[in-house]
Design a protein around this ligand. Structure first.
Ligand code: PLP
Length: 366
């Protein structure tokens, strides 16, 4: 059996004719930029999350940059991010003129609140937790730290659309939140895409202007903006996918349960918390990230048996990119970088495929 880590053609084939109809409709009307499909998708996304505004943007990184700008973060500010996140989190901080400072993570891959506390200086203006792998950080602890030190919260929720912590959707803990629709994301388009969400009318107006070259009423420019729009074809695809998104999340959670059930007795592995592990979090399982004592050998064995795996970020934690010279204190992340890997998980995988992967993982450890 072959179980590739991800299957892009299958994601298209799932609803190929439907996608082609949708795309043809947009093309025949010549409706390419800032048209009805974008407005529809934005309204449906806001309704799905129960927030006031969703604004489609070019990609997740653009969403992060605009969220930081709308939060007022810029030159002179330090922003604390996790060592275990995509480079885009820190790059967004850098590109608004602020300095990313790196905190450690915990065994569940989320940022470590105690480490965040240790990295605070008089220049710190925000915590930027990554809601990684579709899970949420300890938002109770992080919100308490933010309150205590008068810090803003700017989430990187690019991997966590639909995840919740104590009822609140990932992306809605700070004033402005961000998502990515990169093709391999839980809600992926057929190219690049992203969104910014907020309940704040002023921030929403600011971001609408920011994403369209800073142009406001009648094209009047009041600040330097970006070409940061979500194009209309991608918005139409996303709107189509959003209608069945909850079903895809349900399938992801079922696969995670099956993995946890099958692999829980393998002593050398650290598994992610199961979907029902606590009643505070609703995890959407963007990824199934494990830690393995003999990670590289396990990956090789799985590859020989047709199973694709990936180490997020190529196996580097943020502060291990030496050339960036980031200020960091993240010893656990360093250990983890030698042990972490992801097993295949997306909503089109069958139980047979998951059982095959689990069989091979168990066989390796026997
Ligand atoms: C995908 C992702 C982003 C944004 O990625 P884009 O490719 O710009 O859409 C940012 N942060 C994290 C953690 C991500 O996984």
């Amino acid at each position: 059996m072959q179980v590739p880590f991800f299957n892009y053609p299958a994601i298209y084939a799932e609803d190929g004719d439907g996608y082609l109809d949708t795309i043809r409709g947009v093309l025949e009307r010549g409706a390419f930029i800032m048209q009805k499909e974008l407005a529809d998708f934005e309204a449906n996304l806001a309704a799905y999350l129960g927030c006031k505004h969703a604004i489609g943007v070019a990609d997740g990184t653009a969403a992060l940059i605009m969220a930081l700008r709308a939060s007022g973060i810029g030159s002179g500010d330090e922003v604390i991010v996790s060592s275990h996140t995509f480079i885009a989190t820190a790059a967004a901080v850098h590109h608004v003129g602020a300095v990313p400072v790196i905190a450690d993570c915990l065994p569940d891959s989320m940022i470590d609140p105690d480490s965040v506390r240790r990295m605070i200086t008089p220049q710190t203006s925000a915590i930027m937790p990554t809601q990684l792998n579709g899970r949420t950080c300890d938002m109770t602890a992080l919100s308490a730290i933010a309150d205590e030190h008068d810090l803003l919260m700017v989430e990187d929720s690019c991997q966590a659309l639909g995840a919740r912590y104590d009822g609140t959707p990932a992306g809605l803990f700070g004033k402005v939140g961000s998502y990515s629709f990169y093709p391999a994301k839980t809600l992926g388009c057929f190219g690049d895409g992203g969104a910014v969400v907020t309940d704040d009318d002023e921030a929403a107006a600011f971001i609408r202007q920011l994403r369209d070259h800073g142009r406001g009423e009648g094209g009047k420019v009041t600040m330097f903006g970006h070409n940061g729009r979500l194009d209309n074809v991608q918005a139409a695809i996303l709107d189509r996918k959003l209608a069945r998104y909850d079903r895809a999340i349900g399938r992801r959670r079922a696969i995670a349960s099956l993995y946890n059930e099958r692999l829980k007795d393998v002593a050398e592995l650290t598994l992610p918390p199961a979907p029902d592990a606590d009643n505070v979090r609703f995890d959407i399982f963007q990824n199934y990230e494990i830690q393995a004592e003999r990670r590289d050998d396990l990956r090789q064995f799985l590859a020989q048996n047709g199973v694709g795996t990936i180490c997020q970020w190529g196996g580097w934690m943020l502060h291990q990119f030496d050339d960036l010279a980031l200020r960091a204190d993240a010893p656990y992340a360093e250990q983890m970088s030698k042990r972490y890997m992801m097993l295949p998980l997306h909503h089109l995988l069958t139980d047979d495929e998951i059982n095959y992967v689990a069989d091979k993982v168990i066989e390796f450890h026997r």
